[in-house]
Design a binder for this molecule. Structure first.
Ligand code: GLN
Length: 479
């Protein structure tokens, strides 16, 4: 395998043994980019002139990383793949970026994404779509599609994404890599450009489970700049990487194996459950009765919060300012309107309208308040199940990667891509997606594991035990 195709932990071992240098690793990533980026388009922009420090400290981790384009990097254009933020250079680093800089990370580029993280296919980006490295006629999933595609095509060794309703796990699943949405409050959101603040979490996208635990070790921890960040002792997640899962109680929710699930996905997931049983886990069927309301609840809550968060983009402080050719109302209102009209794409406009409607007087009680109540019922379902289960196993996505363009004119079909991932965001619990098979068309299939809040270690333990007994994570794309 070429250097860029290795995992971060394999690369670190080589660097520590003096057999390779961070500069050589970065060079192999750049070579890959010049070869495959024209086909994949994983990046909104590349970050050139990286300073590489070949001297190693104990805690250095000089690994080339892709950063989703909604996470602020000081003085580096950051746009959420939207025209409205074009030219915006944040005056500060997000907390995760600061932590990565402290660890000597090498920033390869800003990964492409759905505009403002609205989407499941990476097609709503103002820069055009990213393509799935396993089949470039297919979507990579979204919204962190660029991050997942960069890792799958080895155009980065690992990546950072954000997940509001599935945006780390679903693209990780569709691209055959590992993606984790941590518990709400484990990773600071300071410097993440907000979509839905009560749901957003930053998390790692990597080639295997060991890398995922390593990257979470770097980016997690209390941050006084984020009032929802949780003050707790920082665990060493790599300590959970042990193969023994004997006696671990796994729940399989019957509501997750429904009509519409691709038979190949269902088969791979059921085979994986058998594998977990053979490793000693105790598997039983459970029920999460409010699952059917999750997508509707999410789209009220998420659009309501998004409409409020996106109100700040009006041409005054950030990015684009558009002045209409002729005056319509008064100069300032005309400027706001023209900026938002030109700056936001179709899906962003749709979400702002939906969210504003759900929050408007007369409808607030009927929609927004009711969604908050149902959100509590969904969370209560999980609380109940976790009284006698250690984790829950489900598919990550009901289908494998779909064709580019296929769901663009059918927002409901697109929204249903996240049917299995949304409940974890609504409940704040951690969830990971790991590769668990391939379809006959050679498209990856993913397994989702969920655990109770702050029990990331349980996810890593079960995911690691599964991964060590399979080879799915070792497959590499040839492009
Ligand atoms: N696909 C979902 C949406 O469009 C989730 C997006 C996300 O997690 N950022 O809202």
């Amino acid at each position: 395998m070429k250097l860029n195709e290795l995992t971060a932990h394999e690369i670190l071992d080589l660097i520590k043994a003096g057999k390779e240098t961070p500069a050589a690793v970065y060079k192999s990533v750049k070579e890959q980019i010049s070869k495959t980026e024209g086909k994949v388009h994983a990046y909104a922009r590349l970050i050139d002139n990286q300073e590489i420090d070949n001297k190693l400290r104990v805690d250095s981790c000089p690994i080339p990383i892709a950063i989703k384009d909604n996470i602020c990097i000081k003085d580096n254009e950051t746009t959420c793949a939207s025209k409205i933020l074009q030219g915006f250079k944040p005056p500060y680093d997000a907390t995760v970026i600061k932590k990565l800089k402290d660890s000597k990370a090498i920033f390869v580029g800003n990964a492409n994404m759905d505009e403002f993280a609205f989407g499941s296919s990476c097609e709503t980006s103002a820069f055009g779509p990213t393509r799935n490295p396993w089949n470039i006629d297919c979507v990579p999933g979204g919204s962190s599609g660029g991050s997942a595609a960069a890792v799958a095509s080895s155009e980065a060794v690992w990546a950072i994404g954000s997940d509001t309703g599935g945006s780390i796990r679903q693209p990780a699943c569709l691209c055959g890599v590992v993606g984790l949405k941590p518990t709400y409050g484990v990773v600071s959101r300071f410097g993440l450009i907000a979509f839905a603040s009560s749901l957003d979490q930053i998390g790692p996208i990597t080639k295997d489970v060991i890398d995922n635990a390593l990257l979470l070790n770097i980016i997690s921890g209390y941050d006084e700049n984020d009032s929802t960040s949780v003050k707790m002792e920082k665990p060493d997640y790599t300590k959970a990487l042990i193969k023994d899962i004997k006696g671990i109680r796994i729940g399989i929710p019957k509501e997750y194996f429904i009509e519409g699930i691709d038979p190949e996905v269902e088969k791979s997931v059921k085979d994986s459950i058998e594998k977990l049983k053979s490793l000693g886990a105790v598997v039983k069927e459970i029920s999460l009765p409010h699952t059917e309301y999750a997508v509707a609840t999410y789209y009220i809550t998420a659009t309501a919060e998004a409409s409020s968060n996106l109100a700040r983009f009006d041409g005054v402080q950030y990015g684009l300012r558009a002045i209409p050719k002729s005056q319509r109302k008064n100069p300032i209102v005309d400027m706001y309107e023209e900026t938002r009209n030109q700056g936001f794409g179709r899906e962003a406009k749709r979400r702002i309208m939906l969210g504003t409607y759900a929050l408007s007087s007369g409808y607030y009680d009927a929609y927004y308040l009711r969604a908050l109540k149902v959100r509590t019922l969904i969370k209560n379902d999980f609380d109940k199940v976790f009284k006698d289960c250690d984790c829950i196993v489900t598919p990550t996505s009901p289908t494998t990667a779909f064709k580019i363009g296929e769901r663009m004119d059918d927002p409901i079909a697109m929204y249903l891509s996240d049917i299995y991932t949304i409940p974890a965001n609504l409940s704040g619990i951690p969830a990971i997606s790991i590769p668990c098979g391939f379809s006959k068309n050679n498209l990856p299939i993913g397994l989702q594991i969920m655990a109770k809040a702050f029990d990331e270690k349980m996810l890593f333990k079960v995911a690691y035990a599964y991964e060590q007994s399979t080879d799915w994570h070792k497959k590499r794309v040839s492009l």
